[in-house]
Design a protein around this ligand. Structure first.
Ligand SMILES: [Zn+2]
Ligand SMILES: [Zn+2]
Length: 329
């Protein structure tokens, strides 16, 4: 187990108390011989199919939703997206900034609304994704194609190496976070209440929207949109776009994904400097609402200690390993 690692994959010393195991490990080698057979989890196939059919139906009845319901759908989108991007991703997977208790509670609430497995499991899978990126031990190994890295990985049993490497990670920081463990303990109930209950009942109770529209539009349609926006980071942002920071890895700078996943599309930068809270060389101004949100939280005293890669380190890296597409500003 690598603990207190203070080096990135390229030997650049990390700032502060880095103990997060999100650094690419090039010592791992995929096992020789035939790959284990693919085992489909039919329960997940049926549930995902039903969700997407429900979401498409939700799209067809969207014109019948009232304006407040549409605004509420957008609010639910942003709360659940932040629960993933600012919460499970930048805070809990990468420890790229520190959040106060009220902010962690809000982010855990948003995370349950996004219903993408609990924070503990999400962060464990995500650390394995960075550490063993695009190998058998990567849960959504993009070498297996767009469909697998987008949604397919949730429809089959995990590769044994994903499980094995996941068990070996140091997750003590997550275990010692009471908010993370509370959400894990009450996960099913929290999803029922927050992913489906709150989006459906609030518009019904406050402005008389029908429960039917509440269930299908801010409920299922919003849920499916957040899921797919997040999955695009694993699929599209590992396939299409430029690689100004490291041309030897597959993750790319994808502006469409940056827009849909509220700032998570600068993926070549993010895999090169995973400790950076902005997940981008540029701050919150450029298609990065999550960074703007964290900045706002810092300015009101709810977050602090945002980690950044220094401009000198970034430029040195651009010149050493970039693909020549880097533009300043
Ligand atoms: Zn990440
Ligand atoms: Zn990635």
């Amino acid at each position: 187990m690598v603990k207190n690692s203070d080096q990135t994959q390229n030997g650049e010393t990390r700032a502060e108390d880095r103990t997060v195991e999100d650094v690419f490990d090039d010592t791992y080698k995929e096992k020789d011989g035939p790959k284990p057979p693919r085992e489909i989890v039919w329960r997940n196939v049926v549930l995902m199919a039903l969700l997407h059919i429900g979401a498409l139906y939700g799209l067809t009845i969207t014109p019948s939703a009232s304006i407040p319901t549409l605004l509420w759908t957008a609010v639910c989108f942003f709360i659940s997206a932040l629960g993933v991007t600012a919460g499970a991703h930048r805070l809990w997977s990468h420890r790229s900034y520190k959040a106060s208790l009220p902010l962690r509670i809000f982010l855990a609430f948003g995370n349950s609304m996004a219903f993408q497995n609990d924070i503990y499991e999400w962060a464990r899978d995500h650390r394995v994704h960075h550490k063993f990126s695009e190998t058998d031990a990567d849960p959504h190994n993009a070498q297996r194609g767009f469909f697998f890295s987008h949604i397919g990985w949730l429809l089959v049993r995990k590769h044994p190496d994903v499980i094995e490497k996941g068990k070996k990670l140091d997750l003590s920081d997550l275990k010692s976070d009471a908010v993370v463990m509370f959400q894990r303990k009450h996960y099913k109930m929290s999803v029922l209440l927050v992913c489906f209950g709150v989006p459906m009942f609030v518009p019904w109770y406050l402005w008389g929207e029908s429960l039917w529209v509440g269930y299908f539009v801010p409920g299922l349609l919003r849920y499916a949109i957040v899921l797919n926006a997040t999955w695009l980071v694993n699929s599209a942002a590992h396939m299409w776009g430029m690689r100004p920071y490291d041309s030897h890895i597959n993750p790319r700078e994808n502006m469409f994904v940056a827009l849909s996943a509220i700032g998570e599309g600068f993926h070549n930068y993010h895999h090169t400097f995973p400790f950076d809270y902005a997940t981008s060389e540029f701050g919150g101004g450029k298609l990065n609402l999550t960074t703007s949100f964290i900045d706002l939280m810092c300015s009101v005293g709810l977050a602090k200690d945002c980690k950044r890669a220094s401009p000198e380190i970034v430029m040195a890296r651009v010149q050493r390993t970039g693909d020549g597409s880097h533009k300043t500003g």
